[in-house]
Design a protein around this ligand. Structure first.
Ligand SMILES: *Cc1c(COP(=O)(O)O)cnc(C)c1O
Length: 343
């Protein structure tokens, strides 16, 4: 059932599915993308042999629409999400969805559901989920002949419940992705591989699991759904892991730019060893859904390493958060090309 705007409490939004009036849908058949359109049906119809169901041939994205102070609505770097979906598609042999069409679909979708973009000042946003999947009658392990591209959306609040209050995370003995596997692609299989660790983490009071490099289990890779960053003692450097098996976070690349250009920090993508956490005065998880979630403590082999504080966000993390969200909500001037107006 479509949720009514009047039934939504903007100030207590979580990160939960809601059925909105419209979603965007396009089919790939006979070797080309057909023109997409908005539809009211929230269910996808596909053959029982669809490769997405059996062999995980699919990829997704996550981005947001923001309500500004003057009531207009804008997207943050949607071209980057469009490009990353093309990269993910390439990795699992799906046809690319054109970048222009992707951005136009997002604009149409947000306009059609504009009443559901949370008011400025509530901290809420409209989360947009693009999805590209292989469908049609198949049974052997090979790429599909037909594809569905869809994009749907819902209002959300913070992904990690703390918001800007630090929470704890835990390093567990599971791998999310392999170096030459699909860690760099936003594909569902990486998430299936993370469910067990994530469940354990949640049940034991942690926000999420943190993964180490799959070869030696010595270097921090990322969190199940967000990249990791650390601020070195003295507040001089913004460091974030470099690895072939982590998802290239658009938020992370935005923070690398802002830390350097706006906050005057040194920045580097580099190896970060789990035994070297003492070098950091602050640490955080970043991603579209997580925004910036300060990491209070990181549990590893029975020891909780506390960074800045378990209850208060550190000063550099706070400045990065203010700069990033200021740009996203239109209060701070954005670097060229980062903002796309919807209406
Ligand atoms: C989507 C995602 C992120 C965050 O990427 P953003 O572009 O910043 O939203 C980080 N890690 C994983 C595994 C992801 O799937």
């Amino acid at each position: 059932m479509v949720v009514k705007v009047s039934d939504i409490d903007w100030n207590s939004l979580g990160f939960d599915y809601m059925q909105l009036p419209y979603r965007y849908l396009a089919y790939y058949r006979n070797g080309k993308w057909e023109e997409g359109k908005l539809t009211e049906d929230p269910n996808l119809h596909m053959n029982e042999g669809s490769p997405i169901l059996h062999y995980g041939q699919g990829a997704f994205e996550g981005m947001k629409a923001y309500r500004t102070k003057d009531g207009s609505i804008q997207l943050f770097r949607p071209d980057r999400n469009a490009k990353r979906l093309q990269d993910s598609a390439d990795r699992v042999l799906m046809p690319e969805y054109p970048i222009e069409d992707f951005i136009n679909a997002a604009k149409q979708l947000v306009k059609a559901n504009a009443d559901y973009v949370p008011p400025y000042g509530t901290g809420g946003t409209l989360y947009i989920r693009p999805l590209l999947i292989g469908v049609g009658p198949n049974i052997g392990v090979k790429p599909a002949d037909e594809y569905i591209f869809t994009m749907f959306c819902m209002p959300v609040g913070p992904y990690f419940k703390g918001g800007l209050t630090p929470t704890n995370f835990i390093v567990m003995d599971y791998d999310r992705a392999a170096h030459k596997g699909t860690g760099q692609s936003k594909v569902g299989g990486n998430y299936a591989a993370s469910l067990k660790a994530g469940k354990y983490a949640h049940e034991h009071g942690y926000s999420d699991a943190v993964y180490l490099d799959p070869v030696e289990h010595k270097r921090i890779e990322e969190i199940g759904s967000a990249n990791f960053f650390g601020i070195t003692k003295g507040g001089k450097k913004f460091l974030t892991p470099k690895s072939p098996s982590i998802l290239p976070s658009i938020t992370k690349y935005s923070l690398l730019y802002l830390a350097k250009e706006r906050l005057g920090l040194e920045t580097e993508e580099t190896e970060i060893f789990i035994d070297d956490l003492d070098m950091f005065s602050e640490a955080g998880a970043c991603g579209t859904a997580a925004v910036i979630a300060p990491i209070g403590g990181l549990e590893y082999e029975g020891n909780l390493h506390v960074f800045y504080s378990e209850t208060e966000v550190g000063p550099v993390t706070k400045r990065l958060y203010d700069e990033l969200t200021g740009i996203q909500f239109g209060d701070v001037e954005a670097p060229e090309g980062w903002i796309v107006k919807v209406q």
